[in-house]
Design a protein around this ligand. Structure first.
Ligand code: FES
Length: 259
């Protein structure tokens, strides 16, 4: 699903995280080397790298928080994973900040021990970040053939009705995500008919707007569950429960969804 913190659809968070990862790993390695060789130069270089690692981590955290808030589908397995990723990274950063603050001119085993703990947390959080990208596709902008331009719109619910757009906005097998209050509704057009359904796979909460719509079937991008977009029934698992569907009405060239 497309990142909300991006440059021309390239997510910013993964662009920035190599910097703190490299600086903080260098801090640890130079600290260990200085301990075994007794070379002060290595120890001082580690201190500079630690400062750069902390600053770049704080900068990288900003688009990460934006993605956590606005890109990761709510009420999903990825949301829980992203929360753990953020908590472990925050802890890791606090450990490195503590090590930096107690660092002095003399080589210190305690600082190296703290940085070792920080390194373990960095690896665990990094592993989770990899899972969020490569399995949960957070920030991955995959568009299937004829899916058209990614469309997302904010709308309000008035009297149980959401104005969803113009009748000519979508072509066959294209989708548009509508954010109305706390609801995330996918408007789709398939076999000439407009359909609407919740943007939440009933398996583990994958975003169906980021999936594929074809021949009245939507496929979740995470584990491939398929649902009939007319009645929400499961066509293929692993999902077992149907998804919510909505009635789409057409009036004077406009589309309305009854919620
Ligand atoms: S979240 Fe697993 S198939 Fe949709």
């Amino acid at each position: 699903m497309r990142s909300k913190a991006h440059i021309k659809t390239h997510p910013i968070h993964p662009m920035l995280i190599p910097f703190p990862t490299a600086f903080l790993t260098g801090t640890f390695l130079f600290g260990v080397l200085s301990f075994f060789t007794g070379k002060d130069d290595l120890w001082h270089a580690a201190g500079y790298m630690e400062a750069a690692g902390i600053i770049s981590a704080l900068i990288a955290a900003v688009p990460g928080i934006v993605d956590f808030r606005y890109t990761v589908p709510p009420d999903s397995s990825a949301k829980k994973r992203a929360a753990k990723h953020g908590i472990i990274n925050t802890g890791m950063l606090l450990v490195f900040i503590t090590a930096f603050l107690i660092r002095a001119d003399e080589i210190s085993l305690w600082v190296i021990v703290l940085e070792s703990v920080g390194m373990v947390m960095l690896v665990v959080a990094g592993w989770m970040g990899g899972t969020l990208v490569h399995r949960n596709q957070i920030g991955v902008f995959n568009r299937y053939a004829d899916s058209g331009k990614y469309q997302e719109a904010y709308a309000v619910i008035k009297g149980g009705i959401v104005e969803a757009g113009d009748v000519n906005e979508l072509k066959n097998d294209q989708m548009k995500l509508i954010l109305a209050g706390k609801k995330r509704i996918v408007l789709g057009k398939t076999e000439g008919e407009y359909v609407a359904f919740d943007d939440r796979c009933s398996h583990k909460g994958g975003s169906l707007a980021a999936g594929v719509l074809i021949c009245k079937t939507v496929q979740c991008p995470w584990h491939g569950s398929q649902f009939c977009v007319n009645d929400g029934s499961v066509k293929a698992g692993p999902a077992k429960e149907k998804i919510n569907t909505y009635t789409v009405m057409e009036k004077e060239g406009k589309l309305y969804i009854k919620v």
